[in-house]
Design a protein. Structure first.
Length: 248
């Protein structure tokens, strides 16, 4: 029995270390996700706005003011969206955690069977299932933690996740948004500035799409081209509509 205890706790804590290792990857993944969300919109939306305004006015100062206002509003809106998403994840985890504690107190037999079911799915023998379950249910907190991870598939979210997400997305949006807007600070003719902006932004969109696709395992060349074409289509549509309205 003592040997079993040692083997079981070694396995369990090894798995816990593995979850910690996975958590580090998840946090890195969260950061990349935030940057992708903020940067993709930051490059595309101000680019389309600048293109649309370039088709309607010849004053770069107006385009700069409107662009900065859009970047400020967009970064706040996107950051708030990231914050709410992170907060929702935390609230969901807390709700399930309370529910799990309640079920252990009020539906103990059912929860014990659910622990055994997890071990059964792992392919453990009946004897080992019983012994492992007995060890798990000795400590309520460990029991709940086990059920959260292995029954519900939930990892405890970073308590700072919502704030980090808001900051990461907001800053990424600002950085992305300044790229298409930057030529207008140095070129006074709006159409000439748009040409330079289009070249710089489309290159950045392609590079951004390339590396994003490479990370996610999608064909990188096609991924970069797709992101670039989406940005070009948005800017082209905005410019065309502005010219159409101006013509009327």
């Amino acid at each position: 029995m003592e040997i079993f205890h040692q083997q079981f706790f070694y396995t369990y804590f090894y798995m816990s270390d593995t979850h910690l290792h996975l958590e580090e990857h998840l946090q890195s993944s969260d950061l990349l996700t935030d940057i992708v969300i903020g940067m993709s919109d930051g490059l595309t939306v101000p680019f389309a706005l600048a293109a649309g305004l370039s088709g309607a006015v010849n004053s770069t100062s107006i385009i700069i003011i409107a662009g900065i206002a859009e970047i400020a509003a967009g970064s706040i809106a996107m950051g708030l969206g990231g914050y709410l998403a992170g907060k929702t994840e935390q609230d969901h985890y807390s709700s399930e955690l309370k529910k799990e504690y309640w079920e252990i107190d009020n539906k103990r037999d059912v929860e014990i069977e659910e622990v055994k079911l997890v071990f059964e799915q792992w392919g453990l023998s009946k004897e080992v299932q019983t012994k492992a379950t007995e060890e798990i249910i000795k400590d309520k907190d460990r029991w709940v933690d086990f059920m959260m991870k292995h029954e519900l598939g939930l990892e405890k979210p970073d308590s700072m996740r919502a704030r980090k997400s808001a900051f990461n997305i907001g800053v990424s949006y600002i950085v992305g948004g300044l790229v298409p807007l930057s030529p207008y600070f140095f070129i006074h003719d709006s159409l000439n500035a748009l040409q330079v902006s289009a070249i710089i932004t489309l290159i950045c969109l392609y590079v951004f799409g390339f590396f994003k696709s490479k990370i996610t395992g999608v064909n990188a060349w096609w991924g970069g081209l797709k992101v670039m074409l989406i940005g070009a289509a948005a800017a082209g549509a905005a410019f065309g509509i502005a010219k159409l309205i101006e013509g009327k």
